[in-house]
Ligand binder design. Structure first.
Ligand code: ADE
Length: 243
């Protein structure tokens, strides 16, 4: 994944980009993130990036000029880019979007909003408006990180162990199955016998059933979106009988 992040607070991103999977992905050139401080493109002695809203009202609005200038600076190279505005009004980000972004050939530009809003004319530069959920956070930086993280883990080689993506709950469209590690017994709680059996088919069936059970219990809305196999249907009727 290659992206430019337009932000007033690049340090928020730096901290996460220098840890764990994102750090390793950058070292392996699987992730290329350029942080662009919007304030560098603001003019005047105070480099002001916000102003009072026309029509009055509380709060400040992100001025258009610094954002347009920051975007113009990217045009110096001719790399095609997909421009994403992060805002609570955007399309809700989900795993299918992460998968599509991981396959996107273009470089991304993430515009991180702040203040009460941005000048409406900025929308003329954007291809997509994306939200990470139905709540308001202080700015788009954390949202950009969520998206960069979700997409990077889908880039081949980024996790080191490709099987872990295939086994991940959301790649099945289901919630995750339970995981256990040593010790075999802990405070009188035992690891399910099937996981110690070495029978890979039985283990796979148990995991699938547990993933279905959890999804039915916690996120029934997701079940309708999964293409259920005949085995899934059988597992679901077993779950219902056992309940
Ligand atoms: N900025 C503020 N809230 C946001 C959200 N929920 N998603 C993306 N960007 C945001």
């Amino acid at each position: 994944m290659k992206c430019d992040v337009l932000t007033l607070f690049p340090d928020i991103l730096t901290a996460c980009l220098n840890e764990s999977i994102l750090k390793r992905a950058r070292e392996k050139n699987l992730l290329d993130v350029k942080l662009i401080n919007i304030r560098d493109f603001a003019s005047g002695p105070h480099r002001q990036v916000d102003d009072a809203p026309y029509g009055g009202g509380a709060g400040m609005v992100f001025k258009p000029e610094p954002l347009f200038r920051a975007m113009d600076s990217l045009k110096e190279d001719s790399e095609p880019r997909k421009v994403i505005l992060l805002s609570p009004q955007g399309s809700p980000f989900n795993q299918s979007m992460a998968e599509a972004y991981a396959k996107e050939g273009r470089r991304f530009v993430f515009i991180c909003g702040r203040y009460e809003g941005i000048d409406e004319r900025v929308r003329t530069m954007i291809d997509e408006e994306v939200s990470i959920g139905d709540y308001v956070i202080t700015g788009g930086e954390l949202a950009a990180l969520v998206i960069i993280d979700a997409v990077t883990r889908l880039v081949p080689g980024a996790l080191g162990d490709e099987k872990s993506i295939e086994d991940e709950s959301f790649s099945w469209g289901l919630l995750d199955y339970p995981h256990y590690t040593r010790p075999r017994e802990f405070r009188e709680m035992e690891v399910p016998q099937v996981l110690l059996s070495g029978d890979h088919k039985a283990i796979w069936r148990w995991r699938r059933k547990e993933a279905l059970k959890r999804t039915i219990q916690k996120r029934p809305d997701l079940i309708g979106k999964v293409a259920l196999s005949d085995l899934d249907k059988k597992l679901i009727s077993e779950i219902k009988e056992e309940a």
